[in-house]
Design a protein around this ligand. Structure first.
Ligand code: HGY
Ligand code: MN
Ligand code: MN
Length: 408
């Protein structure tokens, strides 16, 4: 392989498969490891076990981010960290997050096997609650670590059962105190979208991450009889939510460079013959373009207000994430492209549609992301899949970038 050090693909895919056995649920085909759940704790414990097997110095910080670092010849230098997350959405694939964490572990294993002593310490990072499904906001671990959100405030955030982040961290034994301060951060991730696979490109050279805005909204109407209540007498919360979603989808379709999703919806009282009095739902709005993102967020809130007004509904809305589009440092983007091309891989530059810890690590240190193709662009689904050769290429690029940055 033109003399460049490469990873051990079998060991990597075996570790992904073993990690992918954690979080299986009857009736679901995928994995479910919601942040700070028992399953997330089990996944973290397995990672820590592997880190200790490799003799890494393991530390856990105050928001539960886990780091495993191999000392360098100059321990006074800040470490190069490669990482991602192990928590998942509901019924997820085995690659989202875990591929990046386990590829980072594989890189450290290979460096150790080759008895390479890097100048800088080099290690693995596993961030808390990247997905934001159980607790909001998403990318919580990297956001708090980089000072984007106050720790004492995030500790009080609750899940649907009223459990706080702090209680959940304590519950799985990952309420730590000491983290690491990376000199640089690299994140390898499956693209989760269709671009690389459609274009036949082997490595995605990620230029940035699109803006993400999340709301929790409640439309309050009035319960009434589904048979006897004339349409013009109804205050139907579901009709309001449906109209809002339809109008937002129409708007992002017309604008062409934004997306919108209402992924979670709960109705009360939730009976077939009762006009819903409450629609409790989420809105996820994203765009890579700064102006579109700003205007789009205003339109989401304006449209929700209009729909509520006209339908006689009371609107409650809470913004649970508001992250501007991020553009990685050009020199870091160039490093990824240079390493991939130096290995003879084809490359394509693109923004990330999904959120990642890298978008916050970017505010603390030089940061880069590497993508590999997702077959048919599927993710956040048990059908998420990437070819082993692609997994290998991505991990080889991660190895090359991190080793060069750490210095030998
Ligand atoms: O929502 C996202 O893009 C990420 O998976 N948390
Ligand atoms: Mn992810
Ligand atoms: Mn994800």
């Amino acid at each position: 392989m033109n003399g460049k050090l490469s990873i051990n693909l079998t060991r990597l895919t075996d570790s992904i498969a073993e990690m992918g056995r954690i979080g299986r649920r009857p009736g679901l085909r995928g994995v479910t490891r919601l942040a700070l759940s028992e399953e997330d704790g089990e996944a973290r414990d397995l990672l820590v076990h592997w880190m200790k097997d490799e003799g890494l110095r393991v530390s856990v910080d105050s928001i539960g981010n886990v780091f495993g670092v191999r000392e360098g010849s100059d321990p006074g230098l800040r470490p190069v960290i490669m990482g991602s997350h192990l928590d998942t959405v509901i019924d997820a694939g085995v690659y989202d997050g875990a591929y990046g964490v386990l590829s980072a572990l594989e890189v450290v294993r290979r460096i150790k096997e080759e008895r390479i002593k890097t100048k800088r310490p080099i290690g693995v990072g596993c961030f808390t609650n990247e997905e934001g499904v159980r607790f909001q906001p998403d990318m919580m671990g990297s956001l708090v670590k980089t000072g984007g959100y106050p720790l004492d405030k995030v500790y009080t955030h609750k899940d649907d059962e009223g459990v706080t982040v702090r209680e959940a961290l304590e519950g799985i034994g990952y309420l730590g105190s000491a983290g690491v301060d990376p000199e640089a951060y690299f994140e390898l991730h499956v693209e989760q979208g269709p671009v690389l696979h459609r274009r036949g490109a082997q490595i995605g050279v990620v230029e940035g991450v699109q803006g993400i805005a999340w709301w929790r909204m409640r439309l309050h109407g009035e319960a009434n009889h589904a048979g006897t209540t004339p349409l013009d007498m109804r205050r139907d919360a579901m009709a309001g939510a449906a109209e809002l979603y339809t109008r937002l989808l129409g708007s992002v379709t017309r604008c062409g460079n934004a997306v919108c999703t209402m992924g979670k919806l709960r109705l009360e009282p939730g009976a077939i013959n009762v006009v819903p009095r409450l629609a409790d739902f989420t809105v996820d709005y994203r765009s890579y373009d700064d102006a579109t993102f700003r205007e789009g967020k205003a339109e989401v809130e304006r449209t929700a207000g209009e729909v509520a007004e006209r339908r006689g509904l009371r609107l409650e809305k809470e913004m649970t994430a508001n992250f501007q589009p991020v553009h990685f440092r050009p020199e870091m983007v160039d490093v990824v492209e240079g390493e991939a091309r130096g290995r003879g891989y084809s490359t394509l530059r693109l923004p990330s549609g999904a959120g990642h810890d890298a978008q916050f690590m970017h505010t603390a240190c030089p940061t880069a992301m590497i993508f590999v193709p997702s077959v048919n662009g599927v993710s956040h689904s048990p059908d998420e899949y990437s070819e082993p050769e692609d997994l290998e290429r991505g991990a080889n690029v991660l190895l090359g970038c991190a080793l060069a940055r750490a210095g030998v």
